[in-house]
Design a protein around this ligand. Structure first.
Ligand code: CP
Ligand code: NVA
Length: 300
């Protein structure tokens, strides 16, 4: 494994290896065991979109591993003034040991990897969010002890989260059920792959998707870059909410996951969110441990 551009590039075993290392690093950091596996290394972090979790977890993770992280906003970089990604890739590769990028186009992430000579990590694109799903899978295993026989449902927009959840869950044998309006389906190729490779259902009925689920997942109705569609989306998605009636369809011990940030009263009610806050904030914490595992795997 040279990069983390999207989960479909990884085998199930590679995902499991990252999760196992993440568990180990989490144990070590909680027990005060020093693990400076990236001493003297630098990660460049390019952000073309906002972030709380991704920025802070990568930066802190790099620090805990003995390395250094550089926050680079596109507003300050020459990328913002039109310098091509392929030149940025070749320049940064002369200075740093890895590049994390959060941006719009998946092709920009792929180009960074193509033209650079250091590992590239996708910190979210419009197409996918692999780091988030590694943390999600880690959290699911912590709560359920296994991936075997589990069902995850995703309620809402067929967006970057839905795409990565389909791939990550199916690679580990988790059944996936997505409920979304028909104009807001996940990526067509990813859906086709999911149908062929595992147990995937796509429905417009949130209650059907939630039926018997072990994990209930949701995300914002309007993602970053779709702010101008927010009002229209509030109408289209109004029935795609994780609330008490939806939770009544899931297994009684179902966990609730949300990549965050959350819009209470839209994709999730405040009641359900607060009832499952421990799971949701464990999930957020696991971004740190999962990404440290990714960085050690790629950069050590
Ligand atoms: N879930 C997630 O990626 O959060 P941020 O947008 O805060 O990084
Ligand atoms: N779908 C959301 C995820 C945020 C972590 C977005 O792209 O804005």
């Amino acid at each position: 494994m040279k990069h983390l551009l999207k989960l479909s590039d990884l085998s199930g075993d590679e995902i499991i290896n990252i999760l196992n290392l993440a568990d180990q690093l989490k144990y070590e950091v909680k027990h005060g065991i020093s693990h400076k596996k990236l001493k003297g290394k630098t990660l460049a972090m390019i952000f073309t979109k906002s972030s709380t979790r991704t920025r802070v977890s990568f930066e802190t993770g790099m620090y805990q591993l003995g390395g250094n992280a550089l926050f680079l906003s596109d507003k300050d970089l020459q990328i913002g003034r039109g310098e091509p990604i392929k030149d940025t890739a070749r320049v940064l590769s002369r200075y740093v040991d890895g590049i994390m990028i959060r941006t719009f186009k998946q092709s920009d992430v792929e180009d960074l990897a193509k033209y650079g000579t250091v590992p590239v990590i996708n910190g979210l694109t419009d197409y996918c969010h692999p780091c988030q799903v590694l943390a999600d899978l880690m959290t699911i295993r912590e709560y359920k002890g296994t991936f075997k026989g589990l069902k995850l449902c995703f309620i809402g927009d067929g967006n970057n989260m839905a795409n990565s959840l389909i791939v990550g869950c199916i690679k580990l044998g988790i059944e996936v059920s997505i409920a979304c309006p028909k104009e807001y389906m996940p990526d067509a190729e990813t859906v086709k792959w999911g149908y062929e490779q595992g147990k995937l259902t796509i429905t417009q009925d949130p209650l059907e998707a939630a039926n018997g689920a072990d994990a209930v997942y949701t995300d914002v109705w309007a993602s970053m870059g779709q702010e101008s569609e927010a009002i229209e989306r509030q109408k289209v998605f109004k029935n795609y909410q994780v609330n008490d009636s939806l939770m009544a369809k899931a297994k009684p011990d179902a966990i609730v996951l949300h990549c965050l940030p959350a819009h209470r009263g839209e994709e999730i009610t405040d009641e359900v969110f607060e009832k499952h806050a421990d799971e949701i904030f464990d999930e957020a914490e696991n971004r740190l441990h999962a990404q440290k595992a990714v960085m050690v795997t790629l950069m050590a």
